[in-house]
Design a protein around this ligand. Structure first.
Ligand SMILES: Cc1cc2nc3c(=O)[nH]c(=O)nc-3n(C[C@H](O)[C@H](O)[C@H](O)COP(=O)(O)O)c2cc1C
Length: 307
């Protein structure tokens, strides 16, 4: 299939474009109206662009009858807004804020959504959203007199504290629950090999990764404890602390940051997933029978002093 834009209706173009970039992130934007009312609306022609300065952008179309949307009017007046990302429990409310409410009706108020003050701007944020970025207008671009691209510079970030708990549940409770499920069978057999996957973030700490690093440090504590408990039942427990490993996720990461991590690795390269797999094979082999409670760092020397 091949089309030029003029072969498609406006609706068809919308469908092609929104089906093209998936999944569609949605900016849930709060602004303040002229009477002080707090407005909220979702915008899915949206993304973030760079971290220096931290920029996001969303595209606002006119209403079907040509009226300019309240969000656009409010931002033109105050140059401030908050962009939120929602999660499932708030998804319906987010959708409902797209209704055609008059400018003097605040969607959060109408729908009973909790607001919290922002720190650096006057526009309040939606208190229950998992992620919010206070923005000042960086630039707006007039597209055709009717549509606007609004670019915001993030001046403050809010991340819901329970995201900490999510990391804990996945990284630590997950490892604990798996151990609990397998433990009775290993004990019964008088043989077991438990291998926990930690990270050098758990031994070195991680900038901006307090929850991740803490859970990985805790996994090390869990592994050592299970080594003590398992020894008398023929169960060994060891912990692998991978450094930078060239997985798909790593390759999708920010290239500059990846380069910096490689530069502080003594071997000056990312490891391969096979490096981890080979360590697992060794730890489960008869040759490793006398090794327990150890943290095996597979990290090309990222934890060494490199200059
Ligand atoms: C999931 C979703 C995504 C939307 N994305 C956009 C968008 O990218 N651009 C736009 O102009 N309107 C978008 N809308 C429609 C606006 O949210 C809607 O017109 C809203 O009433 C605008 O509110 P306001 O007048 O308070 O600014 C979207 C609606 C929904 C439900």
């Amino acid at each position: 299939m091949e089309y030029t834009p003029d072969q498609l209706t406006q609706r068809e173009r919308y469908k092609v474009l929104t089906g093209f970039v998936l999944p569609r992130p949605i900016a849930w934007v709060t602004t303040i109206g002229p009477t002080g009312v707090v407005n909220a609306a979702p915008f899915s022609f949206f993304n973030v662009f760079c971290e220096e300065p931290p920029l996001c952008m969303f595209g606002a179309n006119p209403r079907p009858d040509g009226r300019v949307k309240d969000t656009v009017v409010n931002i033109a007046r105050t140059a401030e807004f908050v962009v939120h990302i929602t999660d499932e429990p708030l998804a319906r409310a987010m959708h409902e804020t797209s209704g055609d409410f008059p400018p003097d009706v605040g969607e959060p108020d109408y729908l009973g959504l909790k607001l919290a003050p922002s720190t650096r701007i006057a526009v309040p944020r939606l208190a229950d959203a998992p992620w919010a970025m206070e923005c000042r207008t960086w630039k707006t671009i007039d597209v055709d007199g009717k549509r606007r691209l609004i670019m915001g510079e993030g001046v403050n970030f809010h991340i819901r504290d329970e995201l900490w708990d999510r990391d804990l549940r996945v990284n630590l409770s997950g490892a604990f629950n798996c151990t609990k499920a397998a433990w009775p069978y290993m004990r019964e057999r008088g043989w077991g090999r438990v291998i926990y996957m930690a990270s050098v973030a758990g031994t070195l700490g991680g900038f901006g990764q307090a929850s991740y690093a803490s859970t990985k440090a805790a996994v090390i504590g869990l592994g050592k404890s299970m080594a003590l408990e398992g020894a008398r039942f023929g169960i060994t427990a060891n912990i692998i602390a991978p450094g930078v490993i060239g997985t798909e996720a790593w390759k999708m990461g920010d290239a500059k940051m990846n380069d910096r991590m490689v530069l502080r690795t003594a071997m000056r390269s990312a490891g391969e997933p096979e490096d981890i797999a080979n360590t697992i094979v060794f730890l489960t082999s008869p040759e490793a029978r006398y090794i327990t409670g150890q943290v095996i760092t597979v990290a090309g020397g990222i934890d060494l002093f490199v200059y």
